[in-house]
Design a protein around this ligand. Structure first.
Ligand code: N2P
Length: 369
């Protein structure tokens, strides 16, 4: 009996294989979404499923390099991913994505045309990517511990705070985190050194910038791109070179915990990196229609407004403002002042030979050798 049953199942399986896409049409509607950690509201995906009947398999990452390795290897199983704009640019050139079908994106017109024009240098014609959220790479710090380490005049509005070895040496007592994001840290350091943050001269990376990072290295507790949120909130580290919204989430978690930890975010006066994270569909996605539906859902002003409220990142949706809380709209760490915005820079596409130099230099920096 059992073997008969198995035989029957095998026959069904074979029929399924022969039928191919016919079988897929019968599978429960689903979409596989690979997003940054701490980058969506608690109820966004459940609400999407309730509205569309499409189940979401959700997985998270905290590194563009990790996402890129998967995309370039192919067969990720993902239907929707979120590379940062410059990474997306080179992934487009590698053929990693399918072009979006804008006829399926009825909410596309909500996007800020100025931002779309800015993004077109990495995605000509905005064919492959829809901006999700944007932010800056700056400094998160524990207000009291930084004062205790460096005095009332601690230069919290300058990269001097963390890029001057003598300051970082003092801060290392209370814990220092840097993002494990080589291109972002190098462009930040180059800008600080008065060089082009998008330099295409290999020696700019392997020379002075690496030397500076090597001199800071003994004072850096760890390199990691998501752990610092809780560590800052708990007072386990006192400074982090990190992403705007993550640091503001740390601030909010600290406030909620009421343990007297005060966290603040600074966009230093020398300028900071500004980036856009993009929704894109891998070329071999198995559920591209559902991925389009999820993108279109995230383009709804009330949906992305609620996401901004929850994660403290700005969104590029012109109609979402009325759904974003005053406290978020007025937070200059999230929506920078015009004066701060003037000093922000963006990452350009770098030639592969420069990317290789960055990768090698980063290994040196992290290992300290
Ligand atoms: C969310 C980090 C997303 C920003 N935790 C990285 N571009």
């Amino acid at each position: 009996m059992a073997s008969l049953n198995n035989g029957f199942r095998l026959a069904l399986l074979a029929a399924g294989l022969v039928l191919g896409s016919g079988v897929q049409a019968q599978e429960a509607p689903q979409v596989n979404f690979y997003n940054w950690s701490d980058y969506i509201a608690e109820d966004t995906l459940a609400n999407f499923t309730a509205e569309t009947g499409i189940a979401v398999t959700y997985d998270v990452f905290d590194s563009n390099e990790v996402l890129e390795a998967k995309l370039l290897a192919g067969n990720t199983g993902f239907d929707l991913v979120v590379p940062t704009g410059d990474f997306m640019g080179r992934q487009i050139m590698a053929g990693a994505f399918m072009a979006l079908d804008k006829s399926k994106l009825s909410n596309y017109g909500n996007l800020d045309p100025k931002i779309m024009a800015l993004l077109a240098d990495k995605d000509p014609g905005n064919q492959y990517g829809v901006p999700y959220l944007w932010g800056t790479t700056g400094i998160g710090y524990n207000v009291d511990k930084v004062k205790a380490a460096l005095g009332e005049d601690a230069p919290v509005n300058s990269w001097d705070l963390v890029l001057k070895p003598e300051n970082l040496a003092k801060l290392s007592q209370c814990g220092v985190a840097f993002l494990d994001a080589p291109t972002e840290i190098f462009s930040t350091v180059l800008n600080y050194l008065g060089k082009d943050p998008n330099s295409t001269t290999p020696a700019d990376y392997s020379g002075e910038a690496t030397e500076l990072m090597m001199s800071l290295r003994p004072h850096i507790t760890y390199f990691h791109s998501s752990k610092y949120i809780n560590d800052l909130a708990n007072g386990d580290i006192c400074v982090a070179v990190g992403w705007s919204g993550d640091i503001l989430q740390a601030r909010d978690r600290a406030d909620e915990a009421e343990q007297g930890v005060k966290v603040a975010y600074s966009i230093p006066k020398e300028g900071a990196l500004m980036w856009f994270d993009m929704l894109a569909i891998p070329r071999d996605a198995r559920h591209p229609d559902n991925a389009h539906q999820l993108i279109n859902y995230l383009l709804k002003p009330e949906v992305i407004g609620a996401v901004s409220n929850y994660v403290a990142y700005a969104n590029p949706n012109l109609l979402a403002r009325e759904f974003v809380e005053e406290s978020i709209l007025n937070d200059t760490g999230i929506y920078p002042t015009a004066e701060a915005a003037d000093r922000l820079f963006t990452a350009k596409l770098l030639p592969q030979r420069v990317n290789r130099v960055i990768t090698r230099a980063w290994t040196r920096v992290k290992t300290g050798r």
